[in-house]
Structure formats: C-alpha cells, structure tokens
Write a new protein. Structure first.
Length: 478
C-alpha cells in the first residue's frame, strides 16, 4: 500500500546580508550626481525591485509546479503498478518490474522516475538523464527535495520486499530554469531599452539647460544683452521668460545708472571748469597784484628801511608760492592744455609734471597715433583715468617705474577704440581688494569707462606690479 512521501535532502538556508547605513557622505554624493545618472539609478533600482518581486513569485510558482508534477507522476505510476500487480501471476514480480520500467519509460513525464526493489540492484531511471541545465544556486533556491513512495510486494521465493518509486526533481527544475532564464533575458532587454530611453530623453530635455547656463554665464560677465529663445517644455519656457525679463530689467537699470553717472560726471567737470576759471580770474589776478605791490615796496624801501624791505620780499615770496599752488590746482581741476591742444599734449604735460615731482619713480610715456579730434567727454574721461591711475601709483604701489601707453585702434570705417594702459612695477593689489573692485579710485576709473561704453580691466602679472587696461569706443567725427 502507498505511504506518504519522505524528503531525502534537507532544505537549504539563505543568509541575509546587512545593508550599510546611509551617512552624510552618501547624501552629499547623491547631490553631486547629474540628473541623467540619478534617473538611471532610479530606473535600475525600480527594475531591480520589480525583478526581485517577480523572481520571488516565479520561484514560488515553480516550486509548487515542480512538487505538483512530481506527485502527479508518482500517483500515475502507482496506479499503473497496482493494475499490473493485480493482473500478474503470484511470484513473477521481478520480471514484472522490468516490464514496468519499459512501459513507463514510453510515457511522457516519467523520465525522472526510478523503480527499484529494496535490497536489489541500484535504482535505474526510466530514461536516460541529461546533464542538469539549472545552476546549483537556482536548484537550492527552489528547495525541492526528491520524493520516494514505497509499496510491499511478494517475491518468487515467498518473501516480501519493498518496491521503491523515486522522483528526481532535476528535470522539472531544468524546465523552470529555462522559463526563468527567458524571463531574465526579457527583463534585461527591457532594462536596457529603458536606460537607453532615459539617456536619450534626458539628453534631449537638458539641451535647453545648457543654453540657460550659457546665458547666465554671459550675464555674470556683464553681457546684459543675452536672451533665451522660447523653449519647448512649458517649465523651461517659463524660466526663459523670467530670465529675459530679469535681463531686460538689469539692462535698463544699468543704462539708467550709466546716464546718471554720465550726468554726474558732466556736472562735476562743469564745476571743476568753473572753479578753475574762478581761480584763474579772481585769485590769479589778486595774487599777481599782491606780488606787484610787494615788488614795488621792495624798490621804494631802499637800504634805510631794511625791515619793510624784508617784509615786502617775504610777501612776494609767499604770493609766488600761493600762485604756483593755485596754478597747480587749476591744472588739476581743468587742464588748459586739454582744451587748447588736445588729449595727446595734455597726457604729455601730465607725465612731465609727474617726473618733475616724483624723481624716485620714473614715468615713461608711449604714445601711438591718435585722431586729430576726440569728443570732449571722451578726452576728459581718458585724461581723468590716466590721472587717477598715476595717483593710485603714488598712494599705494611703492613703484620705481611706471609706463603710460595711449593708442588708437580702428574697428570699422568711422569708428574706433581709444586704448589706455598704465603699468607699474609696484606691489600690486591683494585678492581681497581685487574681489571688492578696489577703492574709490578704481571704482571711479571703472565708472568712467562704463559711462563711455568701454571696458575696464585689472591685470596682475606673475612678475609683479599692476596693469590697468581701458578701452573706450567712439565714433569719429565726420
């Protein structure tokens, strides 16, 4: 009579690995990843979770299917054996066993069964067994043990023995592995297609982001005319519109500041010209009169009144000194040479006065060809920039040599650029001063350059010193 199945091998155990805890370094690492890499990681993680869940279901179903198939095969075999034993003569069960093997081998689905008499020859499968296809880890994962059924039979010598029916699950596991392998191939192809789709989609979608980045870099460099084209994505198109609005507001604000600065500088130059004229007309004439009266007193005092003569001579000397001071003030307020002879002569005079006053720091002048006539605002702006640059050398550079270069470069017919360069061999500027755009002197030079629509640059050569470069565009007079 049949008995319940007996498992032959114990179930395999699965070890669990602990996952590392997330720390601040992992969070910072995630923030540094690009959007493309993040999406790829998320898509692969989702596929991995779905794959693990599907694999667990597939293994469970495969396990149940293998067990059900084994039990069904053994049940069919037992039924056939019962019929055969009932119709066979007593004691001929040994020959019957061979006939059963031959008959069952012809039935599909029984190749994994073996029949044997306990204590007899080694059990032989009903059909030739192929080499297992499923890997060992998959067989252990399914956890299906071989099944055995036993039945008492009478042998020819009158003794009883046990007919052993053994079901080996390898064939069924191989079939389950074939199905699982096909599923793995399909999932791998799907994952590859998903990754490719993510890469192509993100790359196409991020192209406008590169344009936005280039536009922001242009704004950072001071190019407020930079604009973004309409974007296909609504979210990016909204950003582009806001960016263009911001750039327009900044450009208008800069133009307004430029107009205000230009007006302020014009008013300042008018006031300087007025003060210089007042000094020339009022103080200059008064000092000349004082000097003339003092000279007359010296002549009239003679040798007898030495006290009066010495006092008059001192008055004349002080008057001459004040006149020289006032003359220098008038020249700094509004150089007469600039109005009468132009920028070239005014720069030459400025450098000559420098070399006269500062003998320990020689100033070399390099003059290129200049247009005959320059706009008044441009000429006075260029002169003030050179003047302020030389003043900064005196105050901060501790230099022993300065070079002033003035030139002109034509950009197109009727237009050109006035180029200024002041270079010294002093101690230069600290990074903090450069980052803050310097003091009032540097800011004043920068403002004058920007008002003229030009460029202002500060360069610190590796050899030391400081270089101030200015480019002032203008339209030539026709």
């Amino acid at each position: 009579m049949p008995v319940s199945p007996v498992p032959v091998s114990p179930s395999a155990s699965v070890a669990a690995e602990s996952l590392p805890a997330k720390g601040p370094h992992a969070a910072r690492g995630w923030r540094t990843l690009s959007l493309r890499v993040r999406l790829l990681l998320l898509v692969n993680a989702a596929f991995l979770l779905v794959g693990l869940f599907g694999a667990s279901l597939a293994v469970r179903n495969a396990h149940d299917a293998v067990v059900e198939e084994l039990e069904s095969s053994i049940k069919l075999t037992l039924e056939l054996i019962e019929v055969a034993l009932a119709s066979s003569p007593e004691g001929d069960h040994g020959a019957l066993l061979e006939r059963l093997r031959s008959s069952l081998a012809a039935i599909e689905g029984t190749r994994h069964l073996t029949l044997s008499i306990e204590g007899g020859a080694s059990p032989q499968p009903l059909a030739a067994q192929d080499k297992p296809l499923a890997p060992i880890w998959f067989s252990r994962w399914l956890e299906v043990a071989p099944l055995e059924y036993r039945r008492l039979v009478s042998l020819a010598d009158g003794t009883e023995s046990v007919l052993v029916i053994r079901a080996d699950p390898r064939d069924e596991i191989d079939e389950a592995w074939a199905d699982t392998r096909a599923l793995i191939v399909v999932l791998s192809l799907a994952l590859l297609m998903a990754d490719l789709l993510v890469v192509l989609t993100v790359t196409h979608a991020l192209k406008p982001v590169q344009e936005i980045r280039r536009a922001l870099d242009a704004i950072e460099r001071g190019d407020l005319a930079a604009r973004l084209p309409p974007m296909r994505l609504p979210e990016l198109d909204s950003i582009a519109r806001q960016f263009n609005h911001m750039a327009t507001v900044l450009e208008n604000s800069r133009e307004e500041n430029r107009r205000l600065t230009s007006r302020s500088l014009s008013i300042q130059e008018r006031e300087r010209r007025h003060l210089a004229q007042e000094l020339h007309d009022e103080m200059g004439q008064s000092l000349s009169a004082i000097r003339a009266i003092a000279a007359s007193m010296v002549r009239r005092a003679g040798e007898a009144d030495s006290h009066t003569r010495d006092a008059a001579a001192e008055i004349a000397r002080i008057g001459s000194h004040v006149y020289d001071v006032a003359r220098g003030m008038m020249h700094r307020l509004r150089p007469v040479t600039l109005d009468e002879l132009g920028l070239k002569a005014a720069i030459e005079t400025l450098v000559d006065d420098w070399n006269t006053r500062f003998e320990d720091c020689f100033c070399r002048l390099v003059l290129g060809p200049l247009p005959e006539r320059l706009p008044d605002d441009l000429a006075i702006g260029a002169y003030r920039i050179v003047q302020e640059a030389l003043t900064n050398v005196v105050k901060h550079a501790r230099a022993t040599e300065v070079e002033v270069a003035v030139g002109y470069r034509s950009t197109r017919p009727g237009a050109g650029v006035l180029e200024l360069r002041v270079r010294d061999n002093g101690r230069g500027l600290s990074q903090g001063v450069l980052a803050g755009e310097g003091g009032l002197g540097l800011r004043g030079m920068r403002e004058r350059a920007e008002v003229a629509g030009g460029q202002f640059r500060i360069v610190q050569p590796a050899a030391g010193g400081l270089v101030i470069e200015v480019e002032l565009p203008f339209e030539e007079a026709r």
